[in-house]
Design a protein around this ligand. Structure first.
Ligand SMILES: [Cu+2]
Length: 164
């Protein structure tokens, strides 16, 4: 048992070193891409729809594109959900967007309850207020940005999740 723990510790520290090196390389090489995308106020919603396994919820944020070309948010990845989609709300009903969410050149888009959002579906674990959820935003230029989101309750946009 002790040997196994030591082996795990060594493997983990080796991984950390690789991860840090990768991070440094990204910083040097990303002038054309990821530095021009700024993600602020990212959070995940806690609600009656997310508080059980198999539930769903939305990820929200303000995304700014400082580049001179449009960038498309294609979705992202997380360990906590089986499926991640980009959604919009039309006439009070949410649906998957056909081509991600476009962040216009020099502009910004706010994902918010009742509007555009990234949907986490078929949750593997409940999400309740205060939970930390790792989520990585992914864009069509190949860039990604990882966050640890804090789950919180929101008043607005409840109709987003209602079945009709
Ligand atoms: Cu949705």
């Amino acid at each position: 048992m002790k040997k196994l723990l030591i082996a795990t510790a060594i493997a983990f520290s080796a991984f950390s070193t690789v991860a840090l090196t990768g991070c440094a390389d990204t910083t040097h090489n990303s002038s054309e891409h990821s530095h021009e995308l700024t993600i602020e106020n990212a959070w995940v919603r806690a609600s009656e729809y997310s508080d059980h396994e198999g539930g769903m919820t939305g990820v929200f944020a303000t995304i700014s594109n400082g580049s001179d070309h449009d960038v498309i948010l294609t979705g992202g990845s997380t360990d906590i959900a089986m499926m991640v989609q980009t959604h919009e709300v039309v006439d009070g009903m949410m649906q998957e967007t056909e081509n991600g969410i476009t962040i216009p050149a020099g502009g910004s888009v706010t994902l918010e309850p009742g509007g555009l959002h990234v949907m986490l579906m078929n949750l593997k674990k409940p999400i309740v207020s205060g939970d930390k959820v790792n989520f990585t935003f992914a864009f069509d230029d190949g860039s990604e940005q990882a966050f640890e989101l804090t789950a919180k309750v929101s008043d607005g946009g409840d109709e987003e999740y209602h079945d009709h």
